[in-house]
Write a protein that binds this ligand. Sequence first.
Ligand SMILES: Cc1cc2nc3c(=O)[nH]c(=O)nc-3n(C[C@H](O)[C@H](O)[C@H](O)COP(=O)(O)O)c2cc1C
Length: 201
Amino acid sequence: MADRTGIFAGDDPFIIAKNWLAEATEVEPNDPSAMALSTVDARGMPNVRMVLLKDIEDDAFVFYTNYGSAKAAEIEASQTAAFVLHWKSLRRQIRVRGTVEREDGAKADAYFASRSQKSRLGAWASRQSQPLNSRGTLVAEVARMAAQHGTAKQRPEFWGGYRITPVEIEFWADGAFRLHDRFRWVRENGGEKWEISRLNP
Ligand SMILES: Cc1cc2nc3c(=O)[nH]c(=O)nc-3n(C[C@H](O)[C@H](O)[C@H](O)COP(=O)(O)O)c2cc1C
């Protein structure tokens, strides 16, 4: 598309996303990779929460979480998710909708091992999204895990990644007088070819 220039230019949306994230990393005060992750429950009721985008691969986006969490149950049931990255300082957003699969292999092991010991123990101790009667119970569980696992770096089976493979990506940038720029990239599930259209703001 002739007028897809500047920050929107390029043939590979994953490279554009990487470039935008790199720019955001320079200017955002906190968590430039924070994204609002949306899922639907069994009744079709939407759900949303923040997670950290940990990798932009050649063809997918990866984040990590607890496989016993509410989000995991919703993802496993629908095998789909959507997310939005928004950078206030850049006045830009990236929206993604796609299919989801687990990343519970060597990559998840390596990422888990790279986390601080306290974060690893926290992951071992938390039954994410389950009721907790007090903070003391959680702190005691962390201590119990420390005694049990010590400095061991292995990843719990109930914790790992999800890989979102997009069928749709939208790049949005703020424009003067609310005349924002939007480019939507769409492809058939598993297809190689992206259809790109400019959208009204
Ligand atoms: C900035 C930010 C980053 C977060 N990153 C993660 C993350 O990477 N993984 C995760 O499981 N939860 C993360 N959380 C916590 C989630 O928002 C959420 O509370 C938790 O995952 C439970 O969600 P669920 O009950 O819908 O599964 C983050 C929260 C914030 C505010």
